[in-house]
Ligand binder design. Structure first.
Ligand code: HEC
Length: 94
């Protein structure tokens, strides 16, 4: 077999390996919603999610502002948006 053929079949294998490995990462686990992940990382070190039955969404949103000032919690605008979307979803499922 000419050398360039061997090289190209090697490249093909490499491409296949790359394609299958990039497929696997999508299917190995059920993805956690981004907002929930942000809650786990930024909030759950201190407490679990307050129960929707006892807190309104407004209270939670006020608390996030309060937390940012008083507890020096750092959220980027994007993280805060995702977190609020997640909380809105959770708190509309009472
Ligand atoms: C540094 C620890 C800490 C972190 C991190 C934290 N909290 Fe809190 N949180 C508290 C404490 C302590 C309280 C009890 C009330 C207080 O001190 O304001 C509380 C209370 C709350 C309450 C209930 C307020 C009430 O009126 O009883 C909500 C809602 C809340 N946190 C949301 C969040 C959210 C959302 C995040 C993530 C962005 C978060 N917390 C991250 C410490 C924390």
């Amino acid at each position: 077999m000419p050398l360039f053929c061997r090289a190209s079949s090697y490249l093909l294998l490499l491409a296949l390996a790359f394609i299958t490995s990039s497929c696997q990462t999508d299917t190995t686990a059920i993805p956690i919603p981004r907002g929930e992940k942000i809650f786990r990382v930024k909030c759950s070190s201190c407490h679990i999610l307050p129960h929707p039955k006892y807190y309104s969404l407004d209270t939670i949103l006020e608390q996030i502002e309060h937390h940012k000032l008083v507890k020096k919690i750092k959220l980027t605008a994007e993280e805060e948006e995702e977190l609020i979307l997640y909380l809105q979803k959770t708190f509309s499922q009472k």
